[in-house]
Design a protein. Structure first.
Length: 218
């Protein structure tokens, strides 16, 4: 691929975002277009607008709602929390952070209807893996911000599904943490080489993608 004079080189990337990591797990081309072809203007979709409005409304309701959805009796909440790490070269804005005497818990809102898996005694949901990676990245950012404290590593977070008004726990596992680091390396290498990645193997995602008109092989 020829070098684009308007593109971003590896050396110019001081920070990438947690959203970038989420997109890397969804379709790497979205991130490629953002960094290597910044002149491309993607249309903002109705789904994106609806998600922003739903997040704002959920935050307002959280101020009045208790913590029962998270299985907690008490805790302090912070909203719209900006986090950044010069060590990871990563930043992002977390929807909500819960502090209890025993732990710190990241919460990310999702304007999505969960897919309920039948046949189990307890209701379970099919969580999107890239959302779990996103939540792990937030946990790692929180831990770095708290380096001078005596806090233990974050063990869990929650994905809050707005339409269902349900919170689903996610274990912040060693595997998820490793995947965050792997995706950070992969993203930077992709930008450094300006090599267009393959499209997502889940081609159904292309139909509603704001970048689908730029891909000629799907």
């Amino acid at each position: 691929m020829q070098h684009n004079e308007n593109s971003t080189t590896f050396e110019e990337i001081d920070y990438v975002t947690v959203t970038d990591l989420k997109q890397m797990g969804y379709c790497q081309r979205i991130v490629f277009y953002h960094y290597c072809l910044p002149g491309i203007q993607a249309a903002r979709t109705f789904k994106m607008e609806a998600g922003t409005a739903a997040n704002d409304q959920t935050e307002e309701m959280e101020h009045r709602r208790g913590l029962r959805a998270y299985g907690l009796k008490a805790g302090e909440r912070e909203y719209d929390v900006w986090l950044d790490s010069p060590i990871l070269g990563l930043n992002g804005r977390l929807d909500m952070l819960i502090r209890t005497p025993d732990e710190i818990i990241p919460v990310d809102y999702k304007n999505s209807t969960a897919v309920i898996q039948p046949g189990n005694r307890y209701e379970r949901t099919q969580l999107r893996h890239n959302w779990e990676v996103q939540l792990a990245a937030y946990a790692m950012l929180i831990e770095e911000r708290q380096l001078q404290s005596t806090m233990q590593p974050i063990q869990r977070g929650f994905l809050y599904y707005i339409p269902l008004k349900r919170a689903y726990p996610v274990e912040i596992s060693t595997e998820l943490r490793s995947e965050v680091n792997d995706l950070l390396r992969l993203l930077r290498e992709m930008v450094r080489t300006e090599a267009m990645p393959d499209p997502t193997p889940v081609r159904g995602r292309c139909q509603a993608c704001e970048f689908n008109r730029f891909c000629n092989d799907v």
